[in-house]
Design a protein around this ligand. Structure first.
Ligand SMILES: C[S@@+](CC[C@H](N)C(=O)[O-])C[C@H]1O[C@@H](n2cnc3c(N)ncnc32)[C@H](O)[C@@H]1O
Length: 526
C-alpha cells in the first residue's frame, strides 16, 4: 500500500552517498558483522552509483553521515539508525527518480513487456506492477536492479500469504473474513495475470502462486506513493525505514473537550490524513525525499509513519502487528434495534486499544439508552459528543463492559494462552523432537489443547516419525520462503522444485488485535 501523498518541504542533502553499516544493540552502536556488511555492501554501493544521497552533519563525532543501516531486533529488524543527532524536519535521504522502480520505469526499458501488456487492459495497475516486477526479477543479473532484488525479504506474512491454520488462529470473525478475502483476491488476480505471465515466458517458479504472493508482498509492504501511478514505486534504501504509528496526545476520559477532539481525530484517521507523511516524491528535486519527523539521538532508530493503521490493516498490508498500537480498533456489533436508532456505518462502531469508545459508538449507545420520548429533545447532545445524563452514561458504560466480556468469552483462547503459545513456538528450535516440545506444551496448557488449532495440528503431526514431525509442525505454523533470485536460477530439469526454505524464525500471529508483533525480529542478511 503506497504511503500517502507528500507534503512539500524545503531542505538540503549533502551528496555523500556512502551509507554505513552498524548494529544497534540497546541503543549502542557496534560495527555490524562481516556477513551483514558484505551482504549490504553491494546494495549500498549500487545505491551510491545510482545517485542515492544521505545527509551529512557535524557533531561531537565530527562530520559524518546521519544515517546507517542497522539491525533492531524486536523493532522491525533491519532498519535505519541515526549516526549523528538528527533534528526534526531535516531532509535525511534523497532517492532520485532514476533509481525508483515503477511500472513506467520498467516498461520504458523493455519493448517486449510493452507489447505484451497491450492486449491486457483489464489488469489493475497493481496487477501490472506485480507482473512487471516478476518479469524484471526473471532477468536475474541482467536487471539493473539485481542488487536491490537480492536484499528483498524472501517471504511476507501479509494476510494474502496466510494458510488455513493461520487464518483460523486469528479467531476474531472479521479478521478471519479479512484474511479469507485477501487470499481469494490474490488467487483471482494471479489467475487473471497468468495468461500474460505465460506469454512473457517467465520461468516456471515465477509463474507460481507462491511467486505471486512474494511479489504482492513486496509491493504491498514496500511501495511508496507517487503521483503518476496508483501502484506506487519501489524505492531502494528508502524502503529500509521501519514503521512508527502516528500518535497524538490522547485526551483524558473525563475531559469532554479533549474527548471531542479525539472524536474529530476518528474522522481524520479514517482518511489516512496527509499530516502523517514524512516522505514524498518532489517534482522539483526529481527525487523521493525523506524528512525526520522528530529529533533523534545517536543510535536511535529513524522511523517513518506509513499511515494510520489498525493491527489488522498492518497485518494485511505489511505483515506485522504492534503490541501497542494507538490506532488499534476493536469493532463492536450492535443489536438491530440499537443500530436502527442512528445511521452510523458498522466500521465506525469500535473501541480503541486504550478503552475509549468511538464517537459513533457512544452516540448510538447514548441515544439507545435514552427513553424514546426524550430522544428528540436531547438527541443533539449525543450527536455533539456530550453526555446526556449521569444515569444514561452509566447505562452505556455497563452495556459496553458486558458486551466486551461476552466478546472475549467467545474467543477460543485467552491472551495469556496466546502469549504462552507464541513463546513455545519461538522455543521450538531448541527441542530435539516433537515429543519433547509437545510434553512442554502439555505442561503449559495442562494437557488440554481445546480449541487451539496450532496445538491440535501439532498433535496430529505427532504420529509421524519424531524427526520429521517437528519440521512438519514448523511448516504448518511458519511460512515457506520464496527467493526470486534462486527461482531465476532454477531452470530446466530443476524448475519444478522451487526453492522453498523453511522459515523458522517467524511467529504465527494469533488474535491480531491482542498479540505481539510478528515482524522480522531476526532479519537474515544474504
Ligand atoms: C518498508 S519495510 C522496512 C524495512 C524492513 N525491515 C527490511 O528489512 O527491509 C516494511 C517491513 O518492515 C517490517 N516492519 C516495519 N516496521 C515494523 C515494526 N514497527 N515492527 C515490526 N516489523 C516492522 C515489516 O515486515 C514491514 O512489512
Amino acid at each position: 500500500m503506497p504511503w500517502p501523498d507528500p507534503r512539500s518541504r524545503a531542505g538540503q542533502v549533502k551528496s555523500n552517498p556512502n551509507i554505513q553499516f552498524m548494529v544497534v544493540v540497546n541503543g549502542k552502536m557496534n560495527p555490524s558483522s562481516e556477513a551483514e556488511q558484505g551482504g549490504l555492501k553491494s546494495l549500498l554501493k549500487w545505491a551510491a552509483e545510482h545517485g542515492v544521497e544521505v545527509s551529512e552533519s557535524y557533531s561531537s563525532l565530527g562530520r559524518g553521515h546521519s544515517l546507517g543501516v542497522s539491525s533492531f531486533p524486536g523493532a522491525g529488524g533491519r532498519g535505519v539508525a541515526a549516526l549523528r543527532p538528527i533534528t526534526k524536519g531535516d531532509l535525511i535521504l534523497k532517492v532520485p527518480k532514476s533509481a525508483l522502480i515503477t511500472t513506467r520505469s520498467l516498461l520504458s526499458r523493455d519493448e517486449t513487456l510493452c507489447v505484451a501488456l497491450k492486449p491486457h487492459p483489464s489488469l489493475s495497475p497493481t496487477q501490472v506492477f506485480t507482473v512487471c516486477l516478476l518479469y524484471e526479477t526473471n532477468k536475474g543479473k541482467a536487471s539493473p536492479w539485481h542488487p536491490y532484488f537480492l536484499h528483498l525479504p524472501r517471504s511476507y506474512s501479509i494476510l494474502a500469504a496466510f494458510g488455513e491454520l493461520e487464518t483460523q488462529a486469528l479467531q476474531v470473525d472479521y479478521a478471519i473474513w479479512a484474511a479469507q478475502k485477501a487470499i481469494t483476491k490474490a488467487k483471482y488476480e494471479w489467475k487473471q495475470a497468468s495468461i500474460l505471465m505465460k506469454e512473457l515466458k517467465l520461468k516456471p517458479p515465477l509463474l507460481t502462486f507462491r511467486a505471486w504472493i512474494w511479489a504482492t508482498g513486496t509491493i504491498s509492504s514496500r511501495t511508496l506513493h507517487v503521483p503518476w501511478d496508483e501502484a506506487g514505486c519501489l524505492c531502494p534504501v528508502g524502503d529500509l525505514f521501519n514503521y512508527a504509528a502516528p500518535t497524538e496526545e490522547s485526551g483524558s476520559f473525563e475531559d469532554v473537550d479533549n474527548w471531542k477532539n479525539e472524536y474529530a481525530k476518528d474522522d481524520l484517521d479514517t482518511h489516512h490524513s496527509q499530516r502523517l507523511t514524512d516522505g514524498g516524491y518532489e517534482e522539483d528535486a526529481a527525487a523521493y525525499c525523506f524528512y525526520a519527523k522528530k529529533h533523534y539521538n545517536v543510535g536511535e532508530q529513524v522511523l517513518l509513519s506509513y499511515g494510520t493503521y489498525t493491527n489488522l490493516e498492518l497485518l494485511e498490508h505489511y505483515g506485522f502487528l504492534l503490541e501497542d498500537n494507538p490506532n488499534e480498533k476493536v469493532f463492536i456489533p450492535l443489536e438491530l434495534d440499537m443500530h436502527s436508532l442512528s445511521c452510523w456505518p458498522k466500521e465506525s462502531l469500535y473501541i480503541h486499544q486504550n478503552g475509549r469508545p468511538s464517537f459513533a459508538l457512544m452516540c448510538a449507545l447514548r441515544l439507545w439508552a435514552t427513553p424514546p420520548y426524550q430522544r428528540k429533545s436531547v438527541g443533539h447532545l449525543a450527536y455533539s459528543g456530550c453526555q446526556i445524563s449521569k444515569g444514561n452514561e452509566i447505562c452505556v458504560m455497563k452495556w459496553i463492559a458486558k458486551k466486551c466480556d461476552a466478546v472475549l468469552k467467545e474467543m477460543p483462547t485467552a491472551i495469556e494462552e496466546d502469549k504462552s503459545l507464541v513463546h513455545l513456538i519461538d522455543k521450538m528450535e531448541e527441542y530435539e523432537n516433537q515429543w519433547e516440545w509437545l510434553k512442554e506444551a502439555s505442561a503449559v496448557f495442562g494437557g488440554e489443547f481445546g480449541n487451539n488449532n496450532i496445538l491440535r495440528a501439532a498433535c496430529v503431526v505427532e504420529r509421524d516419525e519424531p524427526s520429521t514431525a517437528l519440521v512438519r509442525t514448523k511448516m504448518l505454523i511458519d511460512r515457506v520462503q520464496f527467493s526470486p533470485i534462486s527461482a531465476h536460477l532454477l531452470d530446466g530439469p530443476m524448475s519444478g522444485s522451487i526453492n522453498m526454505v523453511e522459515r523458522l524464525d517467524q511467529k504465527s500471529p494469533v488474535q491480531s488485535n491482542l498479540c505481539s508483533s510478528a515482524g522480522w525480529s531476526d532479519v537474515r542478511f544474504y
